[in-house]
Design a protein around this ligand. Structure first.
Ligand code: CTP
Length: 395
């Protein structure tokens, strides 16, 4: 993002404070930021905060004689490579869709010929209201990129869709709109995801609750950052992410073979919940229920550990990442698992709640140097944050 100039319009919502983190990330990536603060935005954060973080003057009014003598609203748009609206409130989206120009932000958005990225943030019912959805559809057909908001707990105490996307995900979207090659360009990222199914007979199998969502989100986030991505997936009900090669498998042994076939890779992220056991012998016919024949008559054997195998193979990726789904002593088990499996990082998550199959996740990144705990986030945001750290590690 070196030398790119972002015009950041900060609207009047509680998520205005997240614009501060976004400024920091854009500048860290080499970009420059100029802020426009709406009257509503100024109720939540100050122009001083934005000026200090961006190290640029902050524009707040259309009626600034000095700036408007030079057509300030046109100049601001002219000097920008991209316009970002963060947060885009329901009101701001409505004014944009209607072409109303009643303050500096709205006038600028009407006058600009640059690409616009809007980041909605509002109460779930305001987001789902037919008027807002209509405005978003209008804006999209007008060529504005409107990011989907995240789902989660809101400042208003409710739960649902409407949270501002996490700053890392916004940064990736900005990079993509600026035509940046992406932080993982030229890298091959291998991801395993989903459960494995271990057949008992032609109609039954051993499985687990993994939905594949976190692994699919990581594959999608890596592709967005320009990586070539191979996603070896167990049986899930998810669409292939855009730009990702999906290799569909069923059993742990098929997954192991597909992983080997996909090597070499720069990074492997093993998110799959691989079944630890399989039937010693799969019955060719459907097993009949026999009274008195208990479940422990199923003779199980252990599956190969794909992650541990990769750690000692000649084709070990430079960065090998495992996941640890734990229900107790999460960090201690994750640290032990990292050493036992020979992984560089273990991403630990507490799955005692409804993480498996759910849309949100709280993860701890366990490295040799220590643990970094991320706040609870949407699985897409967890993916963007992890991919960001992977790109840092490969630099
Ligand atoms: N994994 C793997 N192959 C297996 C089992 C696990 O590649 N046969 C990977 C998973 O994809 C994950 C990590 O190893 O990245 C952790 O798996 P988990 O099953 O939680 O670890 P276990 O060693 O089986 O530990 P335990 O069941 O005792 O918690």
């Amino acid at each position: 993002m070196h030398g790119k100039r972002i015009l950041l319009i900060v609207g009047g919502g509680i998520a205005a404070y997240k614009a501060c983190e976004l400024i920091r990330l854009i500048r860290k990536a080499g970009g420059e930021v100029t802020c426009v603060l709406t009257e509503g935005g100024a109720k939540f954060i100050t122009a001083m905060t934005l000026a200090a973080l961006s190290e640029n003057p902050v524009h707040t009014t259309l009626w600034d004689l000095k700036n408007e003598a030079e057509m300030g609203h046109i100049q601001l748009s002219r000097a920008a490579d991209l316009v970002v609206v963060c947060p885009a409130t329901a009101d701001l989206l409505a004014r944009m869709a209607a072409g109303i120009a009643d303050d500096l932000a709205a006038t600028l958005l009407l006058a600009t010929d640059k690409r616009v990225l809007a980041l909605p943030s509002m109460n779930v019912r305001m987001w789902q209201h037919a008027a807002t959805q209509r405005n978003v559809a209008t804006l999209r057909s007008d060529g504005v990129t409107v990011m989907e908001p995240d789902e989660g707990a809101m400042a208003c105490g409710e739960y649902g869709l409407g949270r501002l996307p996490e700053p890392e995900a916004v940064l990736a979207a900005i990079g993509a709109m600026l035509g940046e090659p992406g932080r993982l360009a030229g890298r091959h990222v291998l991801v395993t995801a989903g459960p494995t199914h271990e057949p008992i007979d032609p109609v039954r199998y051993i499985a687990n609750r993994s939905s594949g969502r976190q692994g699919y989100a990581i594959a999608a986030a890596a592709a967005k950052q320009g990586a070539r991505v191979t996603l070896v997936s167990g049986p899930v009900a998810l669409d292939a992410p855009k730009g990702v090669d999906v290799v569909a498998v069923e059993t742990a042994r098929q997954m192991a073979a597909a992983v080997t076939a996909a090597l070499p890779a720069d990074v492997a992220v093993m998110v799959a919940a691989v079944a630890d056991w399989r039937m010693d012998k799969v019955s060719p016919q459907k097993r009949k229920k026999v009274d008195g024949l208990e479940i422990d008559n199923l003779l199980l054997v252990q599956n190969p550990d794909i992650l541990a195998g990769l750690a000692v193979s000649a084709a070990r990726p430079a960065l090998l990442i495992g996941f640890a789904a734990e229900t107790e002593d999460v960090l201690a088990h994750a640290a032990a698992k990292r050493l036992r499996k020979g992984a560089d990082w273990i991403i630990a998550n507490d799955v005692s709640g409804d993480v498996m199959g759910g849309s949100r996740n709280t993860v701890h990144i366990c490295r040799e140097s220590g643990v970094e705990s991320l706040p609870e986030m949407d699985k897409d945001a967890v993916a963007a944050a992890l991919v960001d750290r992977i790109a840092d590690a490969l630099r």
